[in-house]
Design a protein around this ligand. Structure first.
Ligand code: MN
Ligand code: MN
Length: 463
């Protein structure tokens, strides 16, 4: 069973549409590198399309009717968009779910340190990373600093042309003999991921003493540039990410290099499919969630009750309130859990089953099950659900393929699929193949990004 390469089947018109879509995609992932930035940008786009916040809908007491568009934000990190369909909510939803958190280095709460005249900020990595990949590249700091007076300062430093960047050093090869003999997992260890933030000592007047003049000077810059004291870092969420924009890859410009395409490639395509849907039959939902990379934990992770509670509010406003209609709505829902798949990488053939691998440029990939060691921890989609989706995708002319997460026993992983399946929903993973997943810079094919958008739109617009 071969799934043809999408590129060879595109018309000129489709290629133009693909390029226009991918230009917008590159801008989105260049601008928005954290869950908070993605959620805020998504709200801005949604409001332009007529979405209103759940809070304002509740406050106005408006009765929701088919076609109405609502968004609900959970702490600005997890977002749900819903457009009511012509069918009652009790009949179920069509849900696109993706995550907007990405592997990164979080700055510790007490991060500043001066060592031998250099100032550092200590980090604690977030998600599964190969630590040695994060050294010797320009880094940016994105995030927020919450102050005791209730205000919140937004930070984005290292992206503008004249911004400073940050950096983690590595050993020169001349002295790296002992290091190079280590296992890759030990070459750079977690506590070595300190970002370099200064080297210039504070100017001290005669007679004054300063214990850490370089660190003190950095603190004076924090005060000057951001208006904060060192203590304010205690209540900050600062994420260190690769600095710079997403780029085209290859002489043929067929691929995209970008940070955090796991899973912002699927998040952006899900969001745009949702925004481009008008009056679906079943209510259309796009869920953009936080904390997937660390097990979907916490109030903003998929394990939280938040989505269910937000849906209870929506049903109430639509005149379908009550516990049983909510249970029925959730149980009858269908989900595409849109998370990236592993792109087949010819440099590492030993970890793939070539018949059940996703190839760049061959379309969005359906993954019936994930998990590890005999499908452990997986959501295994029903054959019936897979068959129904084959029909939807083929009727819409979507390029799609199927894959597994590598060879049996080669490793494994999970997504948000199994948590949504806990409600009794029909769920399958469906995502864009990625090369070098979880590396600071990941590669996707423009064709697969475009096909994901087309697939997600076909899913929401089922009749
Ligand atoms: Mn992912
Ligand atoms: Mn991931």
């Amino acid at each position: 069973m071969e799934h043809p390469c999408a590129w060879s089947e595109y018309t000129e018109e489709q290629t133009a549409e693909l390029e226009a879509f991918c230009t917008k995609y590159r801008a989105f992932i260049s601008e928005n590198k954290t869950e908070r930035e993605c959620a805020a940008a998504a709200i801005e786009l949604a409001e332009k399309e007529g979405y209103i916040s759940l809070e304002s809908a509740i406050a106005s007491g408006a009765a929701l009717k088919p076609g109405d568009k609502i968004y609900a934000s959970n702490r600005g990190k997890t977002l749900m968009l819903i457009q009511l369909g012509t069918e009652p909510l009790e009949k179920g939803l069509n849900i696109l779910g993706a995550h907007i958190d990405c592997p990164r280095l979080d700055i510790k709460q007490n991060p500043l340190e001066e060592k031998n005249g250099l100032a550092y900020m200590d980090t604690h990595y977030y998600g599964g990373i190969k630590k040695y990949q994060w050294v010797t590249m320009p880094l940016a700091i994105h995030g927020v600093i919450a102050l005791k007076d209730g205000s919140v300062i937004t930070v984005k430093m290292g992206e503008a042309e004249d911004d400073p960047v940050f950096y983690i050093t590595d050993l020169l090869p001349h002295l790296g003999g002992e290091q190079m003999a280590k296992k890759a997992s030990e070459v750079i260890e977690g506590e070595m991921l300190d970002i370099l933030v200064g080297s210039r000592p504070l100017t001290i007047k005669d007679g004054d003493e300063c214990k850490d003049p370089v660190k003190t000077n950095v603190i004076s810059h924090l005060k000057e540039d951001l208006g904060i004291e060192e203590e304010d870092l205690l209540s900050a969420e600062l994420e260190v990410v690769p600095a710079g924009k997403a780029r085209e890859v290859g002489f043929d410009r067929s691929m995209i290099l970008g940070y955090g395409q796991d899973d912002r490639s699927c998040a952006y395509t899900s969001l745009t499919a949702q925004l481009d849907t008008e009056m679906p039959k079943r209510a259309a939902v796009c869920l953009l969630v936080d904390k997937e990379e660390i097990g979907s934990v916490g109030a903003t992770g998929m394990h939280s009750r938040w989505f269910e509670d937000a849906m209870a509010e929506i049903l109430e406003l639509a005149g379908e309130g009550g516990s049983l209609p909510l249970r029925r709505c959730l149980e009858r829902s269908c989900v595409l859990s849109n998370d990236v798949s592993v792109g087949y990488d010819p440099a590492f053939p030993s970890v793939y089953d070539p018949k059940n691998a996703a190839y760049l440029g061959h379309g969005v990939s359906f993954i019936k099950f994930t998990g590890a060691r005999g499908k452990g921890g997986s959501n295994d989609a029903d054959a019936e659900y897979v068959a129904a989706l084959r029909r939807v995708m083929d009727e819409a002319g979507v390029h799609w393929q199927t894959s597994e997460l590598g060879k049996v026993d080669a490793g494994g992983g999970g997504t948000i699929a199994y948590m949504l399946a806990n409600y009794g929903m029909s769920v399958i993973d469906c995502g864009i193949p990625v090369l070098s997943m979880h590396a600071p810079w990941e590669v996707t094919s423009k064709a697969d990004v475009f096909e994901a958008y087309r697939a997600y739109k076909a899913f929401l617009n089922q009749r």
